[in-house]
Design a protein around this ligand. Structure first.
Ligand SMILES: [Zn+2]
Length: 111
């Protein structure tokens, strides 16, 4: 359940940026190739934000398609799954370049 500590991190970041204002909306990017489960983040968010300035904020989760670079032929490609093979040569030695991360993209606060 590493989503709990990740979500706590998100809440902490938001509270720092909010500077005492109420947060209305938080947009979080979650890479498709990562192990983070969006539903678990949503669940943890309501728990972690309870009693804070984020309590009424809506959580928007955007899934980010991954990118890989083939170690055999060097071609770069989009990856929807961690174990996708190279679309150019079929090799499974594709190194993940992006899409495993989870980060806060946008925070909206009350005026
Ligand atoms: Zn390849």
């Amino acid at each position: 359940m590493h989503e709990l500590s990740l979500t706590q991190g998100i809440v902490t970041i938001c509270l720092q940026h909010a500077q005492g204002k109420r947060v209305t909306s938080v947009t979080v990017e979650i890479g498709l190739l990562g192990s983070v489960v969006p539903e678990a983040v949503e669940f943890c968010f309501s728990a972690c934000s309870s009693g804070t300035l984020l309590e009424d904020a809506s959580l928007v989760i955007e899934r980010i398609v991954g990118r890989g670079c083939c170690a055999s032929c060097g071609s770069e490609q989009l990856m929807e799954q961690r174990y996708d093979s190279c679309c150019a040569c079929g090799s499974h030695a594709v190194l993940i370049v992006a899409g495993e991360e989870m980060r806060v993209r946008e925070i909206e606060v009350e005026d």
